[in-house]
Design a protein. Structure first.
Lengths: 236, 255
């Protein structure tokens, strides 16, 4: 579904992405893990077309994303730090998104109900706490029933109840055969979600393996321990 | 595209500065026309406001507005929208509301007191300048991520177009006063939309007599219909080129 080919991106002298190639298919739930500054968010932003790679290209369903902006209607994106126009209310933002997407499919408002966003519709974005902002981002990502979900640190800043609800929702969508790309530092959260793991370091894609292979490789059942095993042994 | 323009314009209307600008222009234009004894004299005073204040307001408001809508743009870029559409809608919303504010603020007084060709000329020139300077602001704002730097560039550009450029032209005039440079002065004036506007209006006011031989050459060129068409096309280019460059830049920008 999404194929990246030798994608390289430099920010000044820093190589944020170094010849990254990967393939993601329908029904997979892929965890992007790696230390801070390893290029996870840059990779995600390149897939969304928010960052334009210096070289290499990305295709979505066989179309180069540089020339086919329509592909973004199949993606729900939840940014790491959701930034919204300060003087719009939650209701305005959600209405605007619906207005812009103009999708004939019914919108998926499960999360809006689960997070109890409706009573807050009149609140301006600048008055929201970081957690509520994250909730709004999550609602927007799932709102249009997209085929692909790109979630950048979805549970950072959410309270335990909300993050549990979000996790349930992700599992539900995964079961519907959607592609889920997820980054997180809290590896223990990913255990019952992911089917594949991409490990990145210094802009390089170190490995892309199914979770079963990781379990047999390292003999660890927990993802956190398995990744720690890789980092210690550098057997990448 | 229409939808985004709608959101931009409602947002601009909500922050009330545009309303204050309109009221200020209204008050100014009515007081100028009622203070001066003849409307054509009033028009001359209006000219200075149009040439100095309108570009300043347009460029600074637009630059700050673009920087403040970074979040809005970021939100839209991840949606199924073409980047060009987002950027052009932002420009249309800004240029549109600035022109409407100008049209209401100055237009009413001009049409009441001096509905002549010169009056209409001032109106159209003011609208052109509003659009041109918001186009230049789009370019200034897309070049740098740093807000302070971007606004600084915008102010410097305004200073350049309204003061420095004239100084340079004067300097060249004195340096080359022994040569027949009148024709090249026409070309030089095309390089600055404010200068071009000033010449166009002054010639309509029959002030060219005060500009000596250069004035006669100007009259010869700008007075003809070809000259008018050429100068309005140049003004139009002053809108298209900055917008085009800024779109190109925005298409490759990392957000």
């Amino acid at each position: 579904m999404i194929i990246a080919n030798n994608v390289t991106k430099k920010f000044g002298r820093l190589k944020a992405l170094d010849n990254v190639s990967m393939t993601c298919n329908k029904g997979e739930c892929i965890a992007l893990v790696g230390p801070n500054g390893s290029g996870k968010t840059t990779l995600i932003k390149s897939i969304l077309g928010m960052v334009v790679p210096d070289s290499g290209f990305i295709t979505f369903n066989g179309n180069n994303i540089l020339h086919h902006w329509q592909y973004r209607s199949n993606i729900g994106y939840m940014p790491q730090i959701g930034r919204y126009p300060d003087n719009m209310t939650i209701g305005h933002v959600l209405d605007m998104m619906k207005d812009i997407r103009q999708q004939s499919k019914a919108t998926d408002e499960d999360l809006i109900d689960a997070f109890q966003i409706r009573p807050l519709y009149k609140k301006r974005m600048r008055t929201l706490s970081g957690g509520t902002r994250q909730k709004v981002s999550a609602c927007i990502a799932f709102l249009f029933n997209p085929d692909v979900l790109v979630l950048d640190e979805p549970t950072a800043g959410l309270d335990p109840i909300a993050s549990e609800k979000l996790k349930e929702k992700i599992i539900l969508e995964k079961k519907k055969g959607k592609l889920v790309l997820i980054t997180s530092h809290v590896l223990s959260e990913l255990d019952d979600l992911v089917t594949q793991v991409i490990y990145m370091q210094d802009g390089l894609l170190r490995f892309h393996k199914p979770i079963e292979e990781i379990h047999t490789d390292t003999g660890e059942k927990k993802l956190a321990k398995a990744i720690a095993h890789y980092m210690q042994h550098q057997a990448l | 595209m229409k939808k985004i323009i709608k959101y931009v314009i409602t947002d601009i209307l909500r922050n009330r500065i545009m309303l204050a600008y309109t009221v200020f222009l209204l008050a100014l234009s009515f007081s100028i026309f009622s203070l001066e004894d003849s409307p054509s004299k009033g028009l001359l005073s209006m000219l200075n406001i149009v040439l100095i204040f309108v570009p300043l307001m347009s460029i600074i408001f637009s630059t700050i507005y673009i920087y403040n809508s970074v979040e809005f743009v970021e939100l839209l870029v991840s949606q199924p929208l073409r980047r060009k559409t987002i950027w052009l809608s932002l420009f249309t919303g800004l240029a549109g509301s600035l022109s409407i504010a100008y049209l209401v603020g100055v237009g009413i007084a001009v049409l009441l007191y001096e509905p002549s060709v010169t009056g209409l000329m001032i109106l159209s020139i003011g609208i052109f300048l509003s659009i041109i300077f918001s186009a230049i602001a789009m370019l200034a704002a897309v070049i740098t991520r740093d807000k302070a730097k971007g606004i600084g560039i915008a102010i410097l550009l305004w200073l350049y177009f309204s003061l420095l450029f004239d100084g340079l032209v004067l300097f060249l005039l004195f340096q080359f006063s022994d040569y027949p440079i009148e024709k090249s002065m026409i070309l030089l004036s095309m390089l600055n939309p404010i200068d071009l506007s000033r010449i166009l209006i002054l010639l309509k006011m029959d002030m060219s007599a005060m500009m000596g031989y250069t004035g006669a050459v100007f009259k010869d060129f700008f007075g003809t219909s070809t000259g008018i068409i050429v100068s309005f096309s140049v003004l139009f280019l002053w809108i298209v080129l900055p917008v085009w460059f800024s779109v190109r830049r925005f298409n490759r920008k990392d957000l």
